[in-house]
Design a protein around this ligand. Structure first.
Ligand SMILES: Nc1ncnc2c1ncn2[C@@H]1O[C@H](COP(=O)(O)OP(=O)(O)OP(=O)(O)O)[C@@H](O)[C@H]1O
Length: 259
């Protein structure tokens, strides 16, 4: 089941440094939400706070509230490892486990979660996840070859297969195409379109055309000045954001007048 996420009054710190201030937004289930904005405005920081990846950095902490389908993500009773299984992350650079086969890479998350499974269950999960990631036809005859033997675009789809093999409800993507060529980028964008019928997707991208192509909602983050915390300047439907944004600063950024 895809989930919605409600963020209120979110401040995020690295030690004493307040990196992000006062973020309020709702991420809809079964839709793609894009985060855009200039470098250093806190897009990745906010993204990482959505599955508690942020807190693995020493000194990093969050204030405010993040509710996932009505449950507080930062409640002391919530297990961060379980959160990261429900809310998966795909990173900028494809990061398959270098010593593992394609088959084992897909199952890596399931094994970490120490689910015992039969060979036939494992095969079914691998096939389903690779099909879902639009990679099955390209790799089905070489599942025992190393994950690293694939092209960059295939490796990124392998990482997406690994993320969805544990059946998360939300997929967070931090610039998933920035290390890929245009053809692989287009394959990932097609995949994002297909995945949104099952998942809630949040994508950080520097590419505004990509945000316009793949998302239904867009958040524009910005900094008032260097050293100030990042803020969410505007959150809107993507169509409106790119045609008639509410804020002057959004218009300036989208039209290339800064950033
Ligand atoms: N691990 C960290 N420790 C300390 N400060 C950090 C850390 N990661 C990010 N920051 C700081 O937090 C602020 C927001 O960074 P973040 O990476 O979230 O921005 P971003 O909008 O995703 O940038 P980019 O588009 O360049 O990736 C920046 O000032 C950055 O230097």
């Amino acid at each position: 089941m895809a989930k919605s996420i409600d963020v209120s009054d979110l401040d995020i710190y690295y030690g004493d440094f307040k990196a992000v201030e006062g973020v309020n937004l709702t991420i809809r289930a079964r839709a793609v939400t894009a985060f855009i904005g200039p470098s250093g405005c806190g897009k990745s920081t906010v993204l990482r706070s959505l599955n508690r990846m942020h807190e693995v950095i020493p000194g990093a902490r969050v204030e405010g509230k993040i509710m996932v389908d009505g449950q507080s993500l930062y409640d002391p009773s919530v297990d961060p490892v379980a959160v990261r299984r429900q809310i998966g992350m795909v990173f900028q650079r494809p990061n398959p486990f270098p010593t593992m086969s394609i088959f084992d890479n897909v199952l890596a998350g399931n094994k970490l979660n120490s689910k015992k499974m039969s060979k036939s269950d494992a095969e079914a999960i691998v096939e389903r996840s690779l099909r879902h990631a639009n990679l099955w036809d390209e790799v089905k005859d070489r599942l025992n070859k190393p994950g690293m033997s694939l092209s960059g675009g295939q490796q990124q789809r392998l990482c997406i297969a690994r993320a969805i093999a544990v059946e998360p409800q939300v997929l967070l993507m931090d610039e998933p195409c920035s290390a890929l060529d245009p053809i692989s980028t287009s394959a990932i964008e097609d995949l994002i379109h297909e995945l949104k019928s099952d998942y809630t997707i949040v994508i950080v991208t520097h590419n505004m055309q990509q945000a316009a192509r793949v998302s239904e909602y867009t958040g524009f983050f910005n900094l008032r000045a260097t050293g100030e915390p990042g803020r969410l300047v505007e959150f809107n439907e993507t169509k409106k954001m790119f045609s008639n944004p509410d804020r002057e600063a959004t218009e300036a950024y989208i039209s290339g007048r800064f950033g």
